[in-house]
Each structure stands twice: as C-alpha cells, then as structure tokens.
Ligand binder design. Structure first.
Ligand SMILES: NC(=O)c1ccc[n+]([C@@H]2O[C@H](COP(=O)([O-])OP(=O)(O)OC[C@H]3O[C@@H](n4cnc5c(N)ncnc54)[C@H](O)[C@@H]3O)[C@@H](O)[C@H]2O)c1
Length: 260
C-alpha cells in the first residue's frame, strides 16, 4: 500500500500502543487514513498518536462493553465514520493448562475472544448503516496449530470462527471480514523470553523455512492489503503471515532427509 490509498477512510486499531498495532497504525496513517489508536495503555497510545497528525488516541478495555461503546462513540465523534476495524489487542497468560488460575484463563478469553466480539458488535451497525466496512482480526498461528499457550490459542482459534461468521452474515451489507495469522513477530511481547534467553528469537527463527522471524511491518503489509480495495473480493479467509511455518514440519523434513 502506498501513501494516500486509504485517504478519507477511518481506521480503528486496537492495541496500538505497542508492537504490531503501533506499526499498523503508523502505516495506515501513512496511507492517508484517519487513525484511532485504541489501547488500555492510553499513555502509550497517545505517545504514538503524537507523531501522527490528525490521529487520536482512545483508552479502551476491549473486554468491557461500556468501554468499547465509548471507543466507538469517540471514533464517530472525531471522524463521523468507521471504515476499518483492526482487532489487534491481546494478552497472553503464561501458565500451563494444569496450573492456570481461573482468572488468568478468564482474562485470556475476555481480551482475545470476547474483546473482538464486543468491538465487532458495536462497530458493525456503523458500517452497515454506511453500506461498507472492513474488519480485520489479528489471530495467530496458535489458532491453527498447537504451539503453546492453550487459552490464548483457543481464543485465537475462536476469532477465526468469528471472522467467517461476519463474512457470511454481513457480506451482503458491504462488509468484508478477514483474519491474519502471524507467526513469531519481534515485538514487546517477546521481551520476557528474551530476558531469560537472549537467543529466544534466534531459536524461533530456526523453525522458519524463511530463516527469520517476522517484523511488525510484515503484518502491517498484510493488513493494509486486506483493508484496501485491491482485496475487495476477499472475505472470510485467514491469511497466514508466518514465513512458511505452517507449510510443514521443517525439523522433521530436515531430520529424515539428513542421511539421503
Ligand atoms: N508478536 C508475536 O509473536 C505474535 C505472534 C502471533 C500473533 N500475534 C498477534 O498480534 C497482535 C499484536 O501482538 P503484539 O506482539 O504486537 O503484542 P503487544 O503486547 O506488543 O501489544 C498488545 C497491545 O494490546 C494492548 N492491550 C492489552 N489488553 C488490552 C485490552 N483489554 N484492551 C485494549 N488494549 C489492550 C496492550 O496494552 C498492548 O499495547 C496480537 O493479537 C497477537 O496475538 C503476535
């Protein structure tokens, strides 16, 4: 997407204070969109928005209905329309299934699954009234295959069902809904693992056919494409953006062919 291709479009990015959401917000802004940076970390979102003329930051807890309603109202007050919603905010509990406190499970489901349900529920009427809109759900390879973090992964799989439902039920009203499933992406979410093991991302990279982990721009590129008119006949799909991780089992393929 080059500058100017989303001019006059209004875009909400949740989780825009950090990582992929921050980069997506910057890239949507560079493409000409009016951007709402929505995050539970309002200070962080505001710091990003300060460098994006015309963009606004909104504090939101996407797991809370009243908070989501306020985010939608702030967007329509500021820009009068919502053309694109990027459901990107997330948390990820670290406990394993047998040890996970119920509150941690609840938070994983509330932020990663209930949150996108609530934002879609509140944004869709605005889009339906306008006869157009694009919803993009940031899922994960964890929603497609097991890689750890059970509750987070279950929520990410649930978001794919939501994506398909919206695509089918609201396509005739001018709404498209797609998901992206990123692989490992170098963001703040990896900080705690890098602290324990400075080579954690190098280890992760060794599982990728492309030999590297992703960068926030890799995901932003896919989001911009799916948001734009070039994707006008693409809906209900999940686009893996994962350097080939899901194409097969690289370690096994290398292992069994090593002696050939
Ligand atoms: N980084 C990766 O390796 C990776 C891999 C696969 C998928 N993803 C997905 O990409 C998206 C972005 O991940 P990231 O790595 O940039 O994460 P991140 O932790 O850097 O950013 C997440 C943002 O969400 C915000 N947030 C948390 N709870 C919230 C709530 N209740 N309401 C509103 N905002 C809230 C946080 O404040 C933070 O700014 C997520 O959906 C994640 O599941 C990331």
């Amino acid at each position: 997407m080059t500058d100017g291709q989303l001019t006059d479009r209004s875009v909400i990015v949740t989780g825009a204070a950090s990582g992929i959401g921050r980069r997506a917000a910057q890239r949507f802004h560079a493409a000409g969109a009016s951007v709402v940076l929505a995050d539970i970390n309002l200070t962080g979102a505001q710091a990003v928005a300060d460098d994006l003329p015309g963009a606004i930051a909104v504090g939101v807890d996407i797991g809370d209905l009243d908070s989501v309603k306020a985010m939608v109202a702030a967007t329509t007050d500021a820009f009068g329309r919502i053309d694109v919603l990027v459901n990107n905010a997330m948390v990820c509990g670290r406990s394993r299934l047998l040890d996970a406190p119920v509150e941690e499970l609840r938070t994983d489901f509330e932020v990663n699954l209930l949150g996108p349900f609530l934002t879609c529920q509140q944004v869709l009427p605005v889009m339906i009234a306008a006869g157009r809109g694009v919803i993009l759900n940031v899922s994960s390879v964890n929603g497609l295959t097991h890689l750890g973090n059970e509750a987070y992964s279950a929520a990410k799989a649930g978001v794919l069902a939501l994506t398909r439902a919206i695509a089918l039920d609201h396509g005739h009203q001018g709404i498209r809904c797609n998901a992206v499933a990123p692989g490992t992406v170098r963001t703040e979410v990896w900080d705690h693992r890098l602290k324990a093991d400075p080579h954690a991302l190098d280890t992760a990279a060794s599982f990728y056919p492309t030999g590297r982990v992703g960068e926030p721009d890799d995901i932003a590129d896919a989001l911009l494409f799916l948001a734009g008119d070039q994707a006008s006949w693409i809906t209900g799909v999940t686009l893996p953006v994962e350097g080939g991780l899901l194409a097969g089992n690289l370690a096994m393929a290398r292992g069994i062919t090593a002696a050939d």
